[in-house]
Design a protein around this ligand. Structure first.
Ligand code: PLP
Length: 287
């Protein structure tokens, strides 16, 4: 089926949407993005994603050519026009098309490019992977030092995902110079020890996951202790459980790190429970 996508104010068949070769998103990876999940035809944590988009734009001194109210309309329109019950909405804002290539930013009043499209994933909430969990390998974190800004510079995460595929596993966890886990290629990383959930503290070295914020809130409400600190792959291998979070996977158990099982090597009760709570609560709050 041909999707209807959004480009700079228009809803178009995907085959008709065109962006200039001079767009800075294409030439310089000068753009930011958000991914919002859809359950039951409704948007999950839309406000959180829009707040983070605004922060990413601010950090890069980029203006947003569209208001958050209009972005909500665009998201809802794309869900309706593409008949999405479960899936994702991808939104990208770039610094636009200055008409030539230059390292200097164009004048601030140049309108940026806004693109949004849907991905239909009928079993998003009931993903088979959540029943068996992810197996991960670790690789050096060779990304730039501002991964808290959600830019479209996704080459290294993409290479990390390919390294995982070549190793026959599901994902790579990045390791900083001190030997600690920063995060997954496209998710935040956690371990569980007894009643304690441990995840790296917010900083410039991880993306401030919108799912992370919600899961940590629900974990605290469910009387888990939350400890925000770095952990090593060895600590993960010796933990009771591990898991990852992102808008695209919600809470995903991680059952193996670098070939060694975590806990029983099967999805554990804490990750399973947090996934259930997250899905229940976010479905209730969806808009
Ligand atoms: N970390 C990275 C590097 C990501 O790319 C993502 C999502 O794409 C996340 C964490 C999780 O963020 P969120 O929960 O907002 O989807």
């Amino acid at each position: 089926m041909t999707r209807i996508v959004y480009l700079n104010g228009d809803y178009l068949p995907e085959t008709e949407a065109r962006v200039s070769i001079f767009d800075r998103g294409f030439l310089m990876a000068d753009g930011v993005y958000e991914v919002t999940s859809v359950l039951d035809g409704k948007l999950i944590d839309f406000d959180g994603h829009i707040r983070r988009l605004e922060r990413s734009l601010r950090e890069l001194e980029m203006s947003c050519p569209i208001s958050s109210a209009d972005l909500l309309t665009v998201h809802r329109e794309l869900v309706a026009r593409n008949g999405i019950d479960q899936g994702m909405i991808y939104l990208q804002v770039t610094r636009g098309n200055p008409g030539d290539r230059s390292f200097l930013f164009p004048p601030a009043d140049l309108p940026g490019t806004v693109v949004a499209f849907t991905q239909n994933i009928p079993n998003l909430a009931d993903a088979p992977a959540a029943k068996v969990g992810f197996r991960v390998i670790t690789i050096p974190d060779l990304r730039w030092s501002r991964v808290d800004i959600k830019t479209v510079q996704l080459l290294y995460p993409s290479m990390g995902k390919m390294a995982a595929k070549k190793a026959g596993v599901d994902d790579s966890w990045f390791i900083d110079e001190a030997g600690a886990v920063t995060e997954g290629t496209s998710n935040n990383a956690y371990i569980v020890k007894g009643n304690r959930i441990i995840t790296r503290a917010l900083g410039n070295d991880i993306l401030h996951g919108i799912t992370r914020a919600a899961v940590l809130r629900f974990a605290a409400e469910a009387q888990f202790e939350v400890e925000e600190r770095a952990f090593t792959p060895a600590e993960a291998q010796g933990a009771d459980e591990a898991f990852a979070t992102a808008a695209s996977i919600f809470v995903m158990p991680v059952v193996e790190v670098d070939g060694k099982p975590v806990g029983t090597g099967k999805p554990g009760p804490v990750a399973t429970r947090l996934r259930e709570i997250y899905l229940d609560e976010m479905r209730k709050a969806a808009i």
